[in-house]
Design a protein around this ligand. Structure first.
Ligand code: PLP
Length: 415
């Protein structure tokens, strides 16, 4: 048995695939090969069933306490919050705020933290950030006269740590907001070290965990970050739900971003006071079924065992790396030492969107374009890339199918 095959044995992929009904779909007459997991991952039956059961037996609005269904809904909703707390190893459920996703989580923290920033302050993000971790900070910075400053990356797609030190030494930086994992490059950033450096200079630390949680279980206490954001739909859960973790002492002191029902303690026309944490940051009726679905997704993924998943995923990346040289003119963008199974690439003479369209005809789904990371595209001098992003339910055979298709496409265009 090859090393790769042995690594894949850590996980019974055939059994796992049966948990994801959509993986049996046929696309353009071919069995679906889904390699766009970084954009959104698929949902196991456990998630579909949990949401179905919630709607059939427990749905009502939460925290109203007026009747039995309301109590059931509240118990399911708050139970899911406790699941997330354990997943993140947060100290308390007061630190777990439901949002619609990473984007809303970062907007919430940017706007609330923005109230503490002054003109001339710097917000450090990195060149590899998703727009979701750039634009909210730019909007806040513009209002108060602060500045968003990018931390450069190296050609391999790693953060330029000496440059970060220089930016920290300026004394102007007040916030560090960086991705745990890059959606384009797959780079795993050294978050613990970054947070330690930033904290030693008194910065607030915000981690965008959108691309990390499908691959790792973050421990917010070990990372020691102030905020950590992620989306349910990339973690095999539903869309419309995400999480903002925040350190309790900071959240207590921060003003809410959105106002409305649920987030108040008392409303009068003279003065309104805020609800306790975490509800202070949860205005309006929350995505209840989606929270239940996310709780089920976390239970499912953690039940498979993270070590087995990581071993299986790394085998996919290793096989993909081995096959790059079989496609003439193919270059991988993002060659960091520590990577999740994400491969951005270009092929000489081929536009990324043509690669995407031709692969789709073979039933192979990848993502092409700027990946909501235009500054990173500008750094690499490309309008966009093609990106295959793998999940634990992908097979070595699917990796080989991708490369066989790429070889065919390359030959077609070379003629
Ligand atoms: N941050 C990163 C690194 C991402 O990859 C994404 C989505 O692709 C986001 C943030 C935004 O996530 P969402 O659209 O779920 O809010």
């Amino acid at each position: 048995m090859t090393d790769l095959a042995a690594a894949r044995k850590a996980l019974d992929v055939d059994r796992v695939r049966r948990d994801f009904p959509i993986l049996s779909e046929t696309v353009n007459g071919k069995p679906l090969v889904y390699l766009d997991n970084g954009a959104s991952a698929h949902k196991p039956v456990a998630v579909l069933d949990a949401m179905d059961a919630y709607f059939r037996h427990s749905h009502s609005n939460v925290h109203r306490g007026a009747h039995t269904l309301g109590d059931r809904a509240t118990a399911a909703f708050e139970g899911a919050r406790e699941t997330v707390r354990q997943f993140l190893n947060a100290a308390s459920t007061k630190e777990v705020i439901w949002t619609r996703g990473t984007t809303e989580a970062i907007n919430t923290v940017a706007n609330s933290l923005g109230q503490r920033l002054r003109a001339g302050d710097e917000i450090l993000v990195s060149t590899m950030e998703h727009h979701a971790n750039i634009v909210p900070w730019q909007m806040v910075a513009q209002r108060i006269g602060a500045k968003v400053v990018p931390i450069p990356v190296t050609p391999a797609g790693e953060l330029d740590m000496p440059e970060l030190d220089t930016l920290l030494d300026s004394g102007r930086a007040r916030v560090l907001a960086v991705a745990h994992v890059s959606n384009v490059l797959g780079t795993v950033n050294p978050v613990r070290e970054l947070v330690a450096k930033a904290k030693s200079k008194g910065l607030y630390t915000v981690i965008d965990g959108a691309q990390a949680v499908p691959h790792y279980r973050p421990d917010v206490q070990a990372l020691d970050c102030d905020f950590y954001a992620f989306s349910g739909h990339k973690l095999f859960g539903p869309t419309g739900i995400g999480v903002l973790y925040g350190r309790e002492a900071l959240l207590q002191d921060m003003e809410p971003f959105m106002g409305g029902g649920e987030m108040i303690e008392r409303v009068t026309f003279e003065k309104t006071t805020w609800n306790v944490l975490p509800y202070k940051f949860e205005a309006g009726t929350p995505p209840i079924a989606e929270a239940v679905g996310l709780g089920a997704a976390i239970d499912y993924v953690e039940g498979l065992g993270r070590n087995a998943l990581e071993t299986a995923e790394q085998a996919l990346l290793q096989r993909a790396n081995e096959l790059v040289e079989t496609v003439p003119g193919m270059t991988v963008i993002g060659t960091a030492t520590d990577k999740v199974p994400v491969m951005s690439f270009k092929i000489d003479g081929l536009h990324p969107s043509d690669i995407g369209t031709l692969l789709d005809q073979q039933g192979i789904a990848i993502r092409t374009g700027h990946h909501c990371a235009m500054p990173l595209m500008a750094y690499y001098g490309v309008p966009g890339t093609a990106r295959a992003s793998f999940a634990f339910y992908n097979t070595l055979d699917e990796v080989e199918q991708l490369f066989a298709a790429l070889q065919k496409i390359q030959r077609l265009f070379a003629e």
